[in-house]
Design a protein around this ligand. Structure first.
Ligand code: NAI
Length: 339
């Protein structure tokens, strides 16, 4: 029995993500929540003859208690709620609007399903995940092993783009991506996790590939000409990441995937990762995307050795990432602490 709640289910990401979840046999209850349009999406999906039971909830339902109804008993909450990026807008521009939305949703989770796994898609992920953490801390429900920024689209792109650069199949790569989730905070560890293909590239091709992974989202924003940012590839990435937890129950070995997590000491391997990053960059970094062993209860441990195996160029990229990322994290923390 697994209940998954999708917050922002009527949006560009929320709709295809909800469809993928409705098709998954491991989901028994699919709870859809939005501020608009969710009854139509929910009624439509509910006609599909798969077993997942669909319920839908507007924020305004029952005197404004729709969020609580949506979250009741949820095992996994995935959050693509917010406003997408438009041309000329950075992920940071979204911060004020999406920060407020995230703080409200986090309060709902903390008070209704504090033990759920929480998967944050809403941008800017570098700052929204710290917002969730701060709200959970206020309510005494923070569990660093269960809170994730979904950075899987960076992994998906890193695999696709190296395949294109080397004329190979995307499915032959399992590139791990570390750092954060915007521009130069995104650091693909190609030298560690795609070494053979990567070695064939010239220095220029290598730099172009890394730049494309870091700024791949802009290709979609420009191609959509004002209609938003990545939705279909993001729905796929979000579903694939969430699927890790659905699968984990049936697998003996935990799965290793990259995700943005708190480096709180309660996470196995976080202390070492933090110390290594401090030594390398001089920054005290509280949240960082790392390859993690994931099980049905969240993070089992951080795969710290993969980070240590980075080459000189990747270490330089981590240095650049650290400065921007620290600022982004502080912004999220200050949003709640008000300083
Ligand atoms: P969208 O505008 O199509 O959908 C967002 C949905 O959230 C809408 O249905 C809206 O009504 C809903 N919403 C707004 N306020 C809400 C609230 N308080 N509670 C619940 N739902 C609320 O946007 P789209 O394209 O689906 O993007 C959603 C978010 O995902 C954006 O912040 C976007 O920047 C982010 N994103 C993240 C990516 C990642 O890799 N993590 C990639 C692409 C987008």
């Amino acid at each position: 029995m697994t209940k998954v709640a999708v917050l922002g289910a009527a949006g560009g990401i929320g709709q295809p993500l909800s469809l993928l979840l409705k098709l998954d046999k491991a989901v028994t209850d699919l709870s859809l929540f939005d501020v608009v349009n969710v009854p139509g999406v929910g009624a439509d999906l509910s006609h599909i003859n798969t077993d997942a039971k669909v319920s839908y909830h507007l924020k305004s339902d029952n005197n404004g208690t729709g969020l609580q109804s949506a979250l009741q008993g949820a095992d996994i909450v995935i959050i693509p709620a917010g406003v997408p990026r438009k041309p000329g807008m950075t992920r940071d521009d979204l911060f004020k609007i999406n920060g407020g939305i995230c703080a409200d949703l986090a309060t709902g989770i903390a008070t209704t399903c504090p033990d759920a796994l929480v998967l944050v898609i809403s941008n800017p992920v570098n700052s929204t995940v710290p917002i969730f953490a701060e709200v959970f801390k206020k309510h005494g429900s923070f569990n660093a092993n269960k809170l994730f920024g979904v950075t899987w689209l960076d992994t998906v792109r890193a695999n696709t783009f190296i395949a294109q650069a080397t004329a190979s199949y995307p499915t032959s790569f399992k590139v791990k991506v570390v750092g954060g989730h915007s521009g130069d905070t995104i650091v693909p560890l190609y030298s560690v996790t795609a070494a053979d293909a990567y070695a064939k590239l010239s220095n220029e091709e290598e730099s172009a590939l890394i730049h494309r992974v870091q700024f791949g989202g802009d290709e979609v924003v420009q191609a959509k000409q004002g209609a938003g940012s990545a939705t279909l590839s993001m729905a796929y990435a979000g579903y694939r990441f969430l699927k890790t937890f659905l699968n984990a129950k049936d697998l003996e070995e935990p799965i290793v995937e990259s995700c943005y997590i708190s480096l709180d000491e309660s996470v196995k391997g976080a202390k070492e990762t933090k110390a290594y990053l401090k030594e390398l960059t001089g920054e005290d970094i509280e949240f960082f995307a790392m390859p993690c062993k994931l099980g049905s209860n969240g993070v089992e441990s951080i795969e710290f050795d993969l980070l240590k195996a980075a080459n000189d160029k990747e270490r330089q990229l981590i240095n650049v990432c650290a400065n921007t990322l620290t600022g982004n994290i502080n912004k999220g923390v200050s949003f709640i602490r008000g300083n």
